[in-house]
Design a protein around this ligand. Structure first.
Ligand code: TRP
Ligand code: SF4
Length: 328
């Protein structure tokens, strides 16, 4: 029996951090055993907002795939590729665009939110409005059964299904309606309790060494009312505790009661967290060191992935062109 298929992607806006890991990558690694997986660096999606200065994105691509490999994605199992190297995505996005009513895009919550919140870039472009159409093309072109994503992407997945349904209704059955597979942690905040973001400097990166991680953990914001070691703590308002829930789940009852009774100090608590992160990150560090011994490895993985992805994408495009009577 053939395995079910997965596609997912990430925008190359920087090296990967713990939020990317628990929000996506952890699931991607696990799902490799069960599914036929396609994982993509969505550089065109990054361009929808970063078109005015594209250098950083384009320089990031290799480092992201290196992060993937370090985290346990296996090139013998999964196809890892760059969106802009599989031109069929652009062709399908263009053709899907013919079918998508404008209001579907204009009322998309992620679109409305970005227009309201992002002031430093002009996002009132055709490309940015079409973001979900390109994403639908990414998914539908592989006939993915499921898409592992964070909660924030659910509106795009719903739109993908609507687009698939509409095109199938008009042109005959071509596309599959994909399901979502949600990650374990909806949103991991930064080390200061704000949204995790490169620009706030509050990220722990998968590529950070042990000492850097320990320093970042020791500087994390705790319960501000707990000034002395003997003050009782309130874990529900402490960033360290949020991280413990994710990275030290097995010791939560003990940490919570220790904090409330002031039998566990913040320094000690942070040591526990640092140890959990070491357990998570050490195998990644070992794999990274191994991979870096071969300077061509990442590039080879990407080139092979681009080829395998393009071959699959072309199969669907042949069907699509035929359905639209576009002569070969
Ligand atoms: N929009 C996704 C994000 O910002 C990235 C993405 C692009 C994606 N294409 C995709 C995710 C296809 C899943 C499937 O995270
Ligand atoms: Fe936060 Fe841990 Fe200190 Fe409690 S003991 S306030 S959970 S760091």
């Amino acid at each position: 029996m053939t395995k079910k298929r997965i596609l997912s992607g990430i925008r190359p806006t920087g090296k990967l951090h713990l939020g990317n890991y628990v929000g996506a990558l952890e699931n991607w690694v696990r799902l490799q055993q069960e599914y036929d997986c396609f994982y993509m660096v969505a550089d065109w999606h990054a361009l929808t907002s970063e078109y005015a200065d594209t250098r950083e994105i384009m320089e990031n691509m290799q480092s992201i795939v290196l992060d993937w490999l370090s985290a346990g994605l296996e090139p013998e199992i999964s196809v890892m590729f760059i969106q802009s190297k599989v031109k069929q995505h652009a062709e399908l996005a263009l053709l899907l665009g013919m079918f998508v009513p404008l209001p579907w895009l204009e009322r998309c919550p992620t679109y409305k939110e970005a227009l309201q919140q992002v002031k430093e870039k002009d996002l009132r472009t055709y490309g940015f409005l079409g973001y979900p159409v390109l994403q639908a093309a990414d998914i539908l072109i592989y006939k993915a059964d499921a898409v592992p994503v964070g909660e924030d992407q659910l509106p795009h997945l719903e739109l993908t299904r609507e687009i698939a349904r509409r095109v199938n209704f008009i042109c005959g059955d071509i596309f599959k309606e994909p399901q979502d597979i949600l990650s374990r942690v909806p949103k991991l905040l930064g080390t200061d309790g704000r949204k995790m973001s490169k620009s706030y400097g509050n990220c722990i990166y998968l590529s950070d060494d042990e000492q850097t991680v320990n320093e970042k953990v020791s500087q994390m914001v705790t319960d501000p009312a707990r000034v002395r070691r003997s003050d009782k703590g309130h874990p529900e308002i402490c960033s360290v505790f949020d991280y413990q829930k994710v990275f030290t789940p097995e010791r939560i009852p003990e940490i919570e009661s220790g904090c409330r009774a002031a039998t566990l100090g913040c320094v000690e608590c942070k040591k526990i967290l640092a140890a959990s992160l070491k357990t998570l990150l050490d195998p990644m560090r070992a794999r990274r060191a191994e991979i870096l011994k071969n300077p061509d490895h990442v590039r080879n993985v990407i080139e092979e992935g681009n080829r395998r992805a393009a071959a699959e994408a072309e199969k669907t495009m042949i069907q699509v062109r035929e359905a639209l009577k576009i002569v070969p």
